[in-house]
Each structure stands twice: as C-alpha cells, then as structure tokens.
Design a binder for this molecule. Structure first.
Ligand SMILES: *[C@@H]1O[C@H](CO)[C@@H](O)[C@H](O)[C@H]1NC(C)=O
Ligand SMILES: *[C@@H]1O[C@H](CO)[C@@H](O)[C@H](O)[C@H]1NC(C)=O
Ligand SMILES: *[C@@H]1O[C@H](CO)[C@@H](O)[C@H](O)[C@H]1NC(C)=O
Ligand SMILES: *[C@@H]1O[C@H](CO)[C@@H](O)[C@H](O)[C@H]1NC(C)=O
Ligand SMILES: *[C@@H]1O[C@H](CO)[C@@H](O)[C@H](O)[C@H]1NC(C)=O
Ligand SMILES: *[C@@H]1O[C@H](CO)[C@@H](O)[C@H](O)[C@H]1NC(C)=O
Ligand SMILES: *[C@@H]1O[C@H](CO)[C@@H](O)[C@H](O)[C@H]1NC(C)=O
Length: 498
C-alpha cells in the first residue's frame, strides 16, 4: 500500500516529464509505425512473403475482420525478425511464432503457405512450421490464427491459441500442456493438478515456484485423477480455473471490473517482472484490471540481483555499502560454485539480518539448530548461493540460484547469508570527504537521468511500444545472462512438459 502511494505521488510529479517524453516519442515514432502494405483477409495455398527492408517496425500480412489484429513480420532490435500477431491499435504483440529463436531481418527469410504455414531463414537456420496440410490461414477477431481446411465444419488443423507466448485473451483455454513465458524468458506459468503456478528460472533448471494459486473450489470441486484442469479468462471478468467437462469454475479470481458495466476486451500477460497482469481495452488503451501480485516487494525479484525491498521504502541493497542504481546492486550472476577450473570458494560472504525471501512458504528449507549450522550447510554446498535462517522456527531456507531480492522485515532474528562471486562489482556509496558541488550536481543529474529513463521505460511498456519491449529483452539494457537464461529455460520447460 505504502509503496503504491509512493509510486502514485512519483507518477504525479513526473507527469510533466512524461508528457514531454510522450511528445518526443510520438515525434520519433510516427514516421516509423505507419504501415502501408495491403493486407489480406486470408492466406491461400501458394502464399509467399518476404520482409521488406523499408519496414521499420511491423509489416502486416493478414488481418482479422475488425482490423484489430494483424499477423505479420515484426522487427525486433532493428535486425531481427519474428512472425507475430499484433494488436494493431496498441502495437502490442500477443503471440510470436518463434519467441526463442528469432530470424534475421533479411530478404532471405520467407513465410510461405503450402498447406503448412512455414517460416524459414537459411542464415539463422530457422525453420518453423505448423506441420499441417490444410487450405487456408485466417485470423479470427479474438487474435486466434487458424490453419484450416475449406470445409468449415472440420475443426482447425492448427491454431495459435494452442501455443501461447506470454499473453492469454478472453475465452482462450490455457491447459496443463501449455506454458506462458515472459518476454525475457525468466518467468513462466504452468498449471498443476489443482493450482496455477508461477515459476522463476534464475538459474538453469532451478525452477523456483514463487506463486501457487490453489483453486478455492467454492462453486465446484476438482475431482482428483479425473479430467485435467484448464484456466480461462471468462468474459464475465474473472480468471477461472475449470475441470474439463464441468462448466462451473472451481476457482474465480475476479478482475477489478467484475460485475461492473465495463465490457472492454480482456487479456492477461506474464510480465517481465514475473507478475501476471490483467488488462481490458477501453478503446484507446489497455487498463490494468487484475494483478496476481499486488505488493511490489512480493515480486520474485522486485529490486534485482542482491536487492532489498522494504515496504514503504522501495529498493536498496543487501550490502549496505553498495548503492542501489539502475535497477540492481551487483550485476546479475549465473551458474554455481561447483565447476572445475575455478578455485573453490571464489566468493565472499555477505550477511544481512532482518531479511526474508519473498516467497519463503514455497521454498526448500531444512531445520537446523543454529544460524552457524544453517550457514555451513550453504557454505559447503557449491550449488547453494544463499541461506536465510529463522531463529524462531529453526528453518534454514536455501537458494540454489543467484541471490535475487529479499524483503526487509523488522525482525533481526531472520538472518541472511549470501555468497557473492569474487569480482562482482561493488558500487561504493561513500564518495569521501571532499565532495564538491560539481560532483553533487553530477549525481543529481544522473539520478534524474535514471528516473527519466525508468519512467520512459515504464511508459513505453505501458504503451506497449513494441520496440522497447524487445530491446529490453534482447538488447543491452538488461544484464547479459538474461537472454541465455531465457533460451535455456525454454528448453528445460519444453523437456519438462513432454
Ligand atoms: C510444404 O513445404 C515444405 C517445405 O518445403 C515441405 O516439407 C512440405 O511437405 C510441403 N507441404 C505440402 C502439403 O506440400
Ligand atoms: C467476432 O467473431 C464472432 C464469430 O466469429 C462474432 O460472433 C462476433 O460478433 C465478432 N466480434 C466482432 C467485434 O466483430
Ligand atoms: C475451451 O474449452 C471449453 C471446454 O473444453 C470449450 O467448450 C471451448 O470451446 C474452448 N474454447 C476455445 C476457444 O477453444
Ligand atoms: C476492435 O475494433 C472495434 C471497432 O473498431 C473497437 O470498438 C474495439 O475496441 C476493438 N477491440 C480491440 C480489442 O481492439
Ligand atoms: C552495515 O552493516 C554492517 C554489518 O551488518 C554494520 O556493522 C554497519 O554498521 C552497517 N553500516 C551502515 C552504514 O549501515
Ligand atoms: C546442495 O544443494 C542442492 C540444491 O540446493 C541440493 O539439491 C543438494 O542436495 C545439496 N547437497 C548437499 C550435499 O546437501
Ligand atoms: C536465537 O534463539 C535462541 C534460543 O531459541 C536464543 O538463545 C538466541 O538468543 C537467539 N538469537 C538471536 C540472535 O536472536
């Protein structure tokens, strides 16, 4: 709550900046977002298309009957290409054919339809196909892409709703065979036997669950070992969990617009910060309508690597000698301390009391008799990055992935022990005695810059500027290992779900 009101006041103060940035950005991008190519309402057999070098952001190929949605080539990071379904008025991508392996934006890349919709790029050896033998491709007015035969009574041979990316729209079924993955590849959502689970992939294979929403079973119960469950955004404005064959929801997570006259089109997205957010389209913009995690500090990594999130106080660093800047404390780390070739114990130890993992109820723990014993369990285990000991309960929570944000609690008997890899840069707070006015001005300028950049990014994300999302994902803004992690995590998910 307090963080929230802080945020609101910050937003109010920055509205002028935002306005300026809006104007600038609109000036910058209007020339680039206008797309002129004629789009089809159906792709017939024999259809072929190649990316046009003059396209700045999106080259539409196929549109739905309302013009709200379009399938086309999306330019990512200037040089890369994704086959995407865009919500045209907001430029939000709802679906990507090839989120983990992007093609190169070149005229060697090609989209064809010969019964299968096929995207190829000989350069990047990309080959994506629907593996069908059907007659046409159409885009429905709910953003579902269908490959179907000309006989309308047959079910579609392939539909994009079966392969969601990070977004679900109203009425789309999310089954236990599917996975939603955030655009940076760090977080994913999957169904359990009776729950919706959100997981973080901070380390290859770590798969830490950070939110587990179990069905309340108020209206109907889930019968064990019977039909599988699925989730769906109900147009009556809730995220429901159902058991196949039973039309009654076993769980209802109401959107804010539940039982209000609001009717705008609904969607949820697994965001790059790990939150699951619901929105409705009010005709001009996406309005926030649901948040799986409402407290900032409860996000899986609210303040980044080795950050400390305190309700009402925002972000600082676990290491009190380090300045919290540009969204992190130490550069994001990866791997473990086990590999051969590096000297053992190539880490230093950071201790901080009064901290707790944000999702400790879902974490692995051992019961130990003292903080010493807890620390030594972690110290001796080369896959352990950190441990938090609760002196009250004797629980020793262990992290087998690089340390993310912890939550600051008043209680000093919750004691954290964290390994920091040697060489992970430290940004010293103490500037020394002879701080001149010039230095102070510099710092202020940098801070203003950071806030502006941050606001700009928030704004761009809200506006759904396609460019910004993918630059964050693949470009230099976020720490390097994220992209590799993303690809790796996708692989492990694919293996896990087969
Ligand atoms: C479509 O083209 C692909 C790649 O050239 C080929 O493997 C596939 O058999 C073709 N499908 C049909 C139905 O002709
Ligand atoms: C979308 O399509 C469905 C049937 O395919 C139709 O009933 C509905 O009216 C359409 N909605 C809009 C906004 O065109
Ligand atoms: C979702 O699943 C329900 C129940 O299985 C089914 O009736 C409905 O047609 C499905 N919706 C879509 C869009 O596939
Ligand atoms: C789709 O288009 C109609 C008509 O232009 C508009 O009223 C509606 O808000 C649009 N829906 C979405 C989700 O963009
Ligand atoms: C930083 O933490 C250490 C160890 O917990 C403590 O001794 C020191 O006083 C703290 N320094 C500041 C500036 O808070
Ligand atoms: C080390 O930690 C990992 C993951 O935290 C755990 O699976 C493993 O059992 C631990 N090894 C020992 C020897 O405790
Ligand atoms: C931890 O708990 C023990 C006994 O339960 C107590 O003696 C000790 O003082 C506590 N230590 C801290 C730091 O609170």
């Amino acid at each position: 709550m307090e963080i929230h009101s802080h945020f609101i006041s910050l937003v109010t103060r920055l509205r002028a900046t935002q306005l300026l940035l809006c104007t600038l950005t609109i000036l910058l991008f209007t020339s680039t977002t206008s797309t002129t190519a004629a789009t089809l309402s159906e792709l017939p057999r024999g259809f072929k298309a190649t990316p046009d070098s003059s396209t700045e952001t999106f080259q539409p190929l196929l549109s739905d009957s309302t013009g709200n949605f379009s399938l086309g080539f999306l330019r990512v990071n200037k040089t890369q290409l994704a086959l995407a379904i865009l919500h045209v008025p907001s430029s939000e991508p709802f679906w990507l054919a090839n989120p983990t392996k992007l093609a190169r934006w070149s005229d060697r890349a090609q989209l064809t339809f010969n019964g299968s919709l096929i995207l190829t790029d000989p350069h990047t050896k990309l080959y994506w196909s629907t593996h069908t033998n059907a007659d046409r491709v159409i885009l429905q007015n709910n953003s579902n892409l269908l490959v179907q035969s000309s006989n309308h009574t047959e079910p579609a041979a392939w539909e994009s709703f079966d392969f969601p990316t990070d977004t679900l729209v109203e009425n789309q079924n999310f089954t236990s065979k599917m996975v939603l993955i955030s655009s940076n590849g760090l977080y994913y959502m999957r169904l359990g036997p009776d729950f919706i689970g959100l997981y973080a992939n901070f380390n290859e294979g770590s798969d830490q669950i950070y939110l587990r929403h179990k069905a309340m079973e108020a209206k109907t119960e889930i019968v064990e070992n019977q039909a599988p469950i699925y989730a769906q955004i109900n147009p009556d404005r809730y995220l429901g969990m159902y058991q196949t064959g039973n039309p009654l929801p076993a769980d209802v997570q109401k959107f804010n617009s539940f039982q209000t006259p609001v009717t705008g089109f609904l969607r949820v997205r697994l965001e790059p910060d790990g939150n699951l957010i619901g929105y409705f389209w009010d005709g001009t913009k996406w309005v926030l309508d649901y948040q799986a995690i409402s407290q900032t500090c409860e996000l899986p990594s609210a303040c980044g690597s080795y950050g400390l999130c305190t309700a009402g106080n925002g972000c600082s660093c676990l290491d009190n000698r380090t300045e919290y800047a540009s969204g992190e404390c130490f550069a994001a780390q990866s791997g473990d301390f086990c590999s051969d070739g590096v000297p053992r114990n190539n880490f230093w130890v950071l201790r901080r009391n009064g901290v707790e993992p944000p999702y400790k109820e879902l974490m692995r723990y051992e019961t130990t008799s003292s903080v010493k014993q807890c620390e030594s369990l972690c110290e001796r285990n080369c896959s352990c990055w950190g441990a938090v000991f609760n002196n009250g309960s004797g629980f020793c929570y262990m992290m087998d992935y690089p340390v993310q944000s912890l939550v600051g609690v008043g209680d000093e008997t919750k004691m954290g022990y964290f390994k920091v890899r040697e060489g992970a840069g430290r940004k010293k707070v103490n500037v020394g005695a002879g701080v001149g006015i010039g230095v102070m001005c510099g710092v202020v300028l940098i801070l203003v810059g950071i806030v502006v950049v941050w606001r700009f990014r928030v704004w761009k994300r809200k506006r759904g500027a396609v460019k910004s999302r993918f630059m964050e994902q693949n470009g230099g803004v976020s720490p390097g290992p994220y992209k590799d992690l993303g690809t790796a995590s996708f692989r492990s998910i694919e293996m896990g779900s087969t």
